[in-house]
Design a protein around this ligand. Structure first.
Ligand code: ADP
Ligand code: MG
Length: 456
């Protein structure tokens, strides 16, 4: 990329990575003054560390591979340099891929904020929205497309869109996209974009699968890895409560009553999210809403907006729906079910204790969760699983099922395991299936029409 390798180093040579102790300034990142002004006016006083390090590389046209924790400001980290590069230009030049509809919409909103005043238009292509409307929007040649991989593949297959003119490809929340089984779609999409493109990959974590994806899609990427500074480390009071499956609902209600403030409750499958919501409703808990990928787009948007606005204090969600949504200020995260992957535990509890605040995370643990707990302890270095011995009575989610709160205790439920057989469908099933599918690209693997992704 250097035009004149024999030339003397000039003052405009790439800046050394920002020293983490010095607060960086927007003026120093190579951004156009107009953009700097917009950013400050918007209220971002100084760049976050990942922005300070990634933006200069991206502005210079390098590929950038950046990892930084959730909430560290990665979105503006790719939006600002991209807007900087393409302001005033025409044609569909930028493609940003997001794992979920919510993240796609949030990303598009950030592109609007900083791009629209400089003449850049963004369109979102996501499952659950009207395909025809999306086609129409594409007809207006927006410079920026923000899409979920599944939906974009649908449009590619229908010939609604070509990617020959894309000059910057953004893979946001890349770890999540791989987790969700989008590898084939990503391969299909990257093959349709010229190799001369710039690729910006942002991820909260950096597992080997990300390195592999980077090797396959990027050209000599500049790597930016931001650790978490001690004072910014979320202060989260983590508790693990041991209990029987059939006591979970009562325990949850007890927590709701005991503690004020907003709560996100994570359950492991769409089915369990719905059941839990019904079960709470039947027990007269009305200030809860829920979110998973089978909900209609309208419902998803409303649920999130209502939760953010405080209309509902409680949000019940699956991992996929819960990840990446930018809800600030959640007082309490409850793992009604432990996640299958320890990394998801970290993501979930990251919804609380954000930006220096103190938060609370409570995980319900049954006897079946031993192995998971061990892996979570290993990852987080935490070792104080507490909880009394399982108590008597109660009802499992499966058996109560919101059937008018009758509390069907039929079937002589012994132990916590009986209620969990449905775990094989939903998210658990997805992960298992993914293993066998391999990396065959172009296998027509676009998720079915309505969904922006596999089954969460
Ligand atoms: P990530 O993608 O890393 O999880 P986001 O891009 O969603 O994080 O940003 C998290 C929050 O931080 C958002 O509410 C965003 O508006 C805010 N934010 C981003 N950059 C800055 C900044 N430089 N100063 C203040 N707030 C910022
Ligand atoms: Mg993000």
């Amino acid at each position: 990329m250097t035009e004149n390798p024999s030339a003397q180093p000039t003052p405009s040579a790439p800046p050394a990575p920002a020293a983490p102790t010095v607060t960086a300034k927007w003026e120093d990142l190579g951004l156009d003054p107009k953009l700097v002004e917009l950013v400050k006016k918007f209220g971002y006083q100084t760049p976050t560390p990942v922005q300070a390090e990634a933006i200069p590389f991206a502005v210079e046209g390098h590929d950038v591979l950046a990892s930084a924790a959730t909430g560290s400001g990665k979105t503006a980290g790719f939006v600002l340099p991209t807007v900087n590069r393409f302001m005033g230009k025409k044609g569909t030049l930028i493609l940003a891929l997001s794992p979920t509809r919510e993240i796609a919409q949030q990303t598009a909103a950030v592109f609007e904020t900083f791009g629209a005043p400089l003449g850049l238009k963004a369109t979102v292509l996501i499952g659950g929205a009207n395909m025809r409307l999306e086609e129409q929007a594409l007809g207006e040649y927006p410079q920026i497309i923000v899409a979920t991989p599944g939906r974009l593949c649908d449009h590619l297959e229908r010939g609604n869109i070509w990617l020959d003119f894309i000059q910057t490809l953004i893979l946001d929340e890349a770890d999540r996209m791989l987790d969700m089984g989008f590898a084939d779609q990503l391969a299909r999409i990257t093959e349709s974009i010229p190799n001369s493109r710039q690729t910006l990959m942002f991820s909260a974590t950096f597992p080997p699968s990300i390195e592999k994806l980077a090797r396959n899609t990027m050209y000599q990427p500049k790597e930016v890895k931001i650790g978490v500074a001690a004072e910014m480390k979320p202060k989260i009071d983590q508790r693990f409560l041991r209990m029987r499956e059939e006591d979970k609902v009562s325990e949850l209600i007890r927590l709701f009553k005991q503690e004020p403030g907003t709560v996100i409750v994570f359950a492991r499958s769409k089915d369990r999210v719905s059941r839990l919501w019904r079960s709470l409703h039947s027990r007269l808990i009305y200030d809860a809403t829920f979110l998973h990928s089978d909900c209609t787009q309208a419902h998803r948007e409303k649920a999130l907006a209502d939760f953010k606005a405080g209309t509902y204090r409680i949000l019940i969600a699956t991992d996929v729906a819960g990840r990446g949504i930018d809800v600030d200020d959640v007082a309490h995260v409850v793992n009604f079910d432990l996640p299958f992957e320890p990394e998801d535990y970290v993501h979930r509890i990251g919804r609380t204790g954000r930006r220096g605040r103190t938060g609370k995370a409570t995980s319900f643990v049954t006897d079946r969760d031993r192995e998971l707990v061990r892996r979570i302890e290993k990852l987080t270095g935490k070792k104080d699983i507490e909880g009394a011995a399982p108590s008597e009575g109660g009802e499992s989610l499966e058996r109560s099922g919101g059937r008018g709160g009758r509390g069907g205790r039929s079937g002589g439920g012994r132990g916590g395991s009986s209620g969990e057989s449905s775990g094989g469908s939903g998210e658990g099933g997805r992960r298992r299936r993914r293993g066998g599918r391999g990396r065959r690209s172009g296998g027509g693997g676009a998720p079915q029409g309505g969904g922006s992704g596999p089954s969460t």
